[in-house]
Design a protein around this ligand. Structure first.
Ligand SMILES: Cc1cc2nc3c(=O)[nH]c(=O)nc-3n(C[C@H](O)[C@H](O)[C@H](O)COP(=O)(O)O)c2cc1C
Length: 362
């Protein structure tokens, strides 16, 4: 309440990218003061066996994770366990540092409780991510890093760019996500096509064998593909030992949405996050879940603001959840409320563990 009534109206008067940086810096400072870290964690971390689950080989004490894009530069890694997340995905990082798109490149669409994101993969590069992860001694929760290709490369160079990032990052994290959904960069159609995903997954699979690595690989896809493309991606992921598909990234195609915002408010380049992604991503999750038929897991992301939203995604086939926008609109107690509410909903419906519910609505 305090956040929504007092803090958020102040934040929302200021440029969204500036506030994004301010919040990360603030979280970084606060979470490094250990007495404060443990005090806040004590109040916000929900411990309940009904919420425990596993994605691939990774055990989670609760299924709510931070999605890629909130902390691209790994600046506040301790903050996420402090706020009650069960796991955190940092990045997306590219092998070579890049500035991203010119500013402004982030807008709020308040009537639709969402954001328009046009960052264009700004990040200090995979080597900087290695240094940050190396410094992180206590993690408290599992960490994954999302990797994407450096902008401007030719199609023939893209897969190798992912592999270079993988080689230096995989010993430092619990999982690697291959972001093959368009993150607002030029020529992103190159690495979102199924033929490229096939090449990438096959190369990644042989690199893992060569390096003797058993790390879990997740693949993150967008919400704007056809059912046939989703089917092909599931089969390719299964064939190449991918543990989970993350569905979905931002909405690019504006034809399939029913916004409350005006055309002017939506008139920015970039992908849409938040409430408008919710039903779209649930439909994709259901489709992927049915096609996967237990051969891999799904992580549901897009428009999760409440326990009910998370429950709906789990019933649609998600074994775990990720979010960003719900946290931005809901504030620091969001994850606690979602976890508490989820535990209550599960128990009310007579379930002993979240895994009993995965996919029951498909
Ligand atoms: C500010 C911002 C930056 C993002 N950057 C990335 C990114 O670098 N890589 C990625 O895979 N997804 C990125 N995303 C997409 C989110 O991970 C997520 O898929 C999407 O926002 C839908 O979830 P939400 O409605 O809970 O925000 C970004 C989203 C936001 C809001």
């Amino acid at each position: 309440m305090f956040y929504k009534k007092i803090i958020r109206p102040i934040f929302f008067k200021i440029d969204p990218e500036k506030i994004h940086h301010f919040v990360i810096q603030f979280l970084s400072v606060v979470s490094r003061i250990m007495p404060i870290y443990f005090l806040i964690r004590h109040f916000l971390n929900v411990v309940d066996p009904v919420l425990s689950t596993q994605i691939g080989k990774i055990k989670l004490s609760n299924p709510i994770g931070l999605a890629a894009g909130f902390d691209k530069n790994i600046e506040a890694p301790l903050a996420y366990s402090m706020l009650g997340f069960g796991y955190a995905e940092v990045g997306s990082v590219t092998f070579t540092a890049q500035l991203g798109n010119p500013k402004p490149r982030l807008w709020r669409i308040v009537k639709d409780e969402g954001l328009i994101v046009y960052y264009g993969l700004c990040n200090p590069g995979a080597q900087a991510a290695v240094q940050k992860m190396n410094k992180l001694k206590d993690r408290f929760i599992p960490f994954g890093v999302s990797i994407a290709p450096t902008t401007g490369l030719k199609l023939s160079q893209l897969a190798d760019d992912y592999l270079e990032s993988f080689k230096i990052l995989f010993p430092l994290v619990d999982y690697i996500t291959l972001n093959v959904s368009c993150p607002n960069v030029a020529k992103c159609d190159l690495f979102t096509q199924v033929s490229f995903i096939k090449e990438l997954l096959e190369k990644m699979s042989s690199l893992k064998k060569q390096l003797n690595s058993t790390i879990d690989i997740f693949v993150k896809i967008g919400p704007d593909m056809t059912d046939e493309q989703y089917d092909e991606i599931v089969d390719l992921c299964v064939a190449n030992n991918v543990s989970a598909i993350i569905a979905t990234n931002l909405i690019k195609n504006r034809n399939n949405i029913v916004p409350s915002s005006t055309i002017e408010e939506l008139n920015h380049p970039g992908g849409i996050s938040g409430k408008m992604v919710n039903s779209n991503s649930n439909a994709v999750i259901k489709h992927l879940y049915k096609r996967a038929a237990g051969r891999l897991q799904i992580i549901g992301v897009g428009g999760v603001f409440t326990a009910k939203d998370a429950y709906e995604k789990i019933k649609s086939g998600a074994s775990a959840i990720q979010l960003i926008t719900g946290f931005i609109y809901g504030g620091p107690t969001t994850i606690m409320h979602i976890n508490k509410g989820l535990a209550t909903l599960l128990k009310q419906d007579g379930f002993k563990n979240i895994n009993e519910v995965v996919g029951i609505k498909t």
